[in-house]
Design a protein around this ligand. Sequence first.
Ligand SMILES: NC(=O)C1=CN([C@@H]2O[C@H](COP(=O)(O)OP(=O)(O)OC[C@H]3O[C@@H](n4cnc5c(N)ncnc54)[C@H](OP(=O)(O)O)[C@@H]3O)[C@@H](O)[C@H]2O)C=CC1
Ligand SMILES: CC(=O)[C@@H](O)[C@H](O)COP(=O)(O)O
Ligand SMILES: [Mn+2]
Length: 374
Amino acid sequence: MKKISIIGVTGSIGLQTIDVVEKNKSQFKVISIAAGENVDVLRGILSRIDVHRVCMKDETHIATLKLEYPKIEFSYGMNGLLEIAHDESDMLVTAILGSIGIRPTVAAIKQKKEIALANKETLVAAGAIVMDAAKEAGVQILPVDSEHSAIFQCLKGEDKKAIKRLMITASGGSFRDLERHELDKVTLKDALNHPNWSMGKKITIDSATMLNKGLEVIEAKWLFDLEVDQISTILHHESIVHSMVEFVDNSIIAQLGNSDMRHPIQFALTYPDRLPMDNPLDWTQLTQLNFKEMDLNRFKMLQYAYDAIKIGGTMPAVLNAANELAVNEFLQEKISFLEIEQIVENAMNHHQVIQNPDIDTILHVDEVYKNNRF
Ligand SMILES: NC(=O)C1=CN([C@@H]2O[C@H](COP(=O)(O)OP(=O)(O)OC[C@H]3O[C@@H](n4cnc5c(N)ncnc54)[C@H](OP(=O)(O)O)[C@@H]3O)[C@@H](O)[C@H]2O)C=CC1
Ligand SMILES: CC(=O)[C@@H](O)[C@H](O)COP(=O)(O)O
Ligand SMILES: [Mn+2]
């Protein structure tokens, strides 16, 4: 039985991980879970599964929870997340949102735990550090992000040298049918209306700005150890082809399925095995699969991500931190949709890049650009 711990358990990926675990009770035991602030969703999870340890973002609910669940160990904040990284589980599922995932992910890798990685912000900000740590510890990072899971599946048994390029598919997000000049009037409600996927708010906004695809390009560079020029993106409205790999002989392998994150989550948890699942793709209902060239002038944030990873060093961490700040402000309706990219552009223009940063430098840069506009 695999022992797993989940940080970000109360979110979209966290809850779907619980679904996968519940459906395969004989395969998995959950040791520790970490939530942010949502104590009601946490209580719901505790009514479904037994765990040894629970961490929350802060101390607010800890005393009450200790009375309600006397057998569970409670903690909070970064210390609690790091305790989970050091627990007795075999695998850490990083379903937490944002660069707060960097330290627990690196700590868990050093404990030689497998990582099922959903938290893409960690790889964007600290990809070199995470991948070096994984190599040194001999630890496998298993992608949960649907595109990266697809690519990982397409590459099974293939030689890296045979890869010509990755083609990461993009739904286009909530505003895919709008021209740039139409974006100055869009609302938060419009932006949260993703055409294909039901996800947390932050990633749904990232999808609308197309930075989600930019973060995924950087994530793919680190996961698959490729040159940035080998990583392309393509618009695909249906989100059925989750990504493709083109090989040097022009053969293309794609992975297809319904837009259901439980598939990549389950694959990461069971790898290298596969377990049966519900919700198969019904080919008789598939009328068309559309593909269209990506327009980097229309989707400027994707261009910024390519710029950031080509510049390297601390620049991807700045891109990510400025975006976390901007999306947060957009979600609070303090800024307009187009101001998100302005904040990111200004931060990148302001930043003096530090090459080969260590983890403290990255965490410092992250703190500065997550808390200040430039
Ligand atoms: N949703 C999806 O389908 C996909 C998501 N991803 C990636 O997975 C990650 C999670 O996304 P998603 O599930 O959508 O996000 P959600 O917003 O739905 O969930 C985020 C989770 O992180 C917790 N959290 C947030 N901040 C803190 C904090 N400071 N301390 C502790 N816990 C915290 C939240 O707790 P609480 O709610 O209790 O406050 C919640 O459990 C992101 O990196 C995203 O890019 C990747 C591919 C697909
Ligand atoms: C489900 C998933 O992996 C998301 O990252 C998804 O890809 C978002 O969709 P788009 O960014 O393609 O709109
Ligand atoms: Mn994705």
